[in-house]
Write a protein that binds this ligand. Structure first.
Ligand code: ZN
Length: 236
């Protein structure tokens, strides 16, 4: 198991780590990592590892059997090496903002319309949502975008903590945005937009809604009789 530093503190931008293993010269496992691996609708982090004056760019990060595997752009690292890891913070912070925005938008939409989220994917420059909803028009979506923006002007904290599985799963809608039910582990990580939304979630978020800024509607599409797809993005 790689210790995942981003789960406790999503604001850690740099850390030291030790190389645990290297496969095919460029798939590096560390004892601890601040790089988020692709999953749960959130893209992987990028950045770099340095060893002395050598720089290895981290181009892809995935999680396999509890190990976080970092794909670097060149061979040269070996087991036991000490490296300094630096996150591409600009990319990550945007993802933290849009991920948090996604919680708020989905919560307002689902609560207000009874829609169910059927899919969700963050991209670097936009957020995609799929949901099932019969009645649907642009004005309805715009209303929830506006309502979300109202909340992003407020000082509302976002917290994350673990809860025992049973207790977590008793929260209504707690797996709304998950791709599937959480794995069978005794405790679930809960992301709590206080008073707005609580989700079982392993991603990275900002700690206050004010950090999100504002979002804007991009477009909506019909994807079958009851399935809708909507895109929004951060206003920068
Ligand atoms: Zn989340």
């Amino acid at each position: 198991m790689t210790k995942a530093l981003y789960l406790e503190d999503s604001y850690v931008r740099e850390c030291d780590a030790t190389v645990v293993s290297v496969k095919d010269g460029k798939y590096v496992v560390l004892d601890q990592s601040l790089f988020y691996p692709k999953g749960g609708g959130q893209p992987w982090d990028t950045g770099m590892m340095t060893k002395g004056d050598e720089t290895y760019n981290v181009v892809y990060v995935g999680k396999f059997s509890g190990k976080i595997s970092h794909e670097v752009d060149q061979a040269g690292l070996t087991e036991g090496d000490k490296v300094r890891c630096v996150l591409d913070w600009e990319r990550r912070y945007k993802l933290m903002r849009s991920h948090t925005a996604a919680h708020v938008f989905a919560s307002l939409l689902c609560t207000g319309t009874g829609a169910l989220v059927t899919g969700n994917q963050l991209e670097e420059d936009k957020v995609r949502f799929d949901f099932s909803l019969e009645d649907f028009d642009r004005e309805i979506l715009q209303k929830y975008i506006d309502d979300a923006n109202e909340l992003f002007r407020k000082d509302i904290p976002v917290k994350w903590y673990e809860l025992p599985r049973e207790e977590a799963l008793s929260i209504p809608g707690v797996v709304k945005m998950a791709e599937a039910l959480p794995p069978h582990i005794p405790a679930l990580r809960i992301v709590d937009v206080v008073g707005v939304d609580r989700q079982a979630d392993g991603g990275t978020h900002v700690k206050n809604l004010k950090e999100v800024g504002q979002i804007e509607f991009i477009k909506a599409q019909n994807k079958g009789k009851h399935n809708r797809r909507v895109y929004f993005k951060l206003v920068d």
